[in-house]
Design a protein. Sequence first.
Length: 254
Amino acid sequence: MRLQVVFKVERVPLLYRNAFMSFLKEVLQATPSGERRFHALFFYGHRKNKAPKPFCFAVRFAHDRERFAQEQEWLYLTSPLFLYFSVFEAGLLVDFYNGLLQETVYPFCKGEFVLPRPVRILPLREKKILKDEVRFRTLAPVLIEDDSQKPLLPDEDPQAFLRELNYYADAMLLGVRGKGLAQELGFEPLKIRKEVVKHAIREGERESRVYTFTCFSGEFLLRGDPQDLYDIQVLGLGRRRAQGFGMLEVVGSG
């Protein structure tokens, strides 16, 4: 279950994933039901809830690359902005949709970034997956790291990459649906490119720090149990899915 939310904006900050993380939280808290769900998702008592989140999101747009070379803190858009939000639970999608409709959310401001009311909200259907091999395309870059936070790419260290890919997928599915991978995943790159992403992380009570993450984007084949592949279509793949990474879509029929 997913939504496509379309905005018309002139520019977004370089760290736009952080801005949209804040926007998603604001939207969820805009209704009583959504506020209860927000606290259940992000807090466990008085502590932060670090369990895998039952959603992922992606932000897509085209921008003026020549202007970015001159003003590297902002991206000036040459297309509408598309926010994709995918969830494992229907109730979460309903709360998010209802929050998007609340006038109190707009204009949403994060520093100098201003987000107006969306011009369109569309429900999208996931593809049915009946086979044990699916061609996926990234909607957001996929981040795979080892336990020392070294980035892993499929064409540089395939064995280590596949091991960590399976680790993250298994932990995600276990945390969200209560059951890990039914069988090990296989991965075959098709049209893959390295993508370097700047993203701010807040650790504990300290101020946010900007990190550079080495990810991959493009198309690839993923092999495994059809239900696992379907749930990965919904939930995404890799690290930091709830921070604008790892969202996928099926290319063609599943």
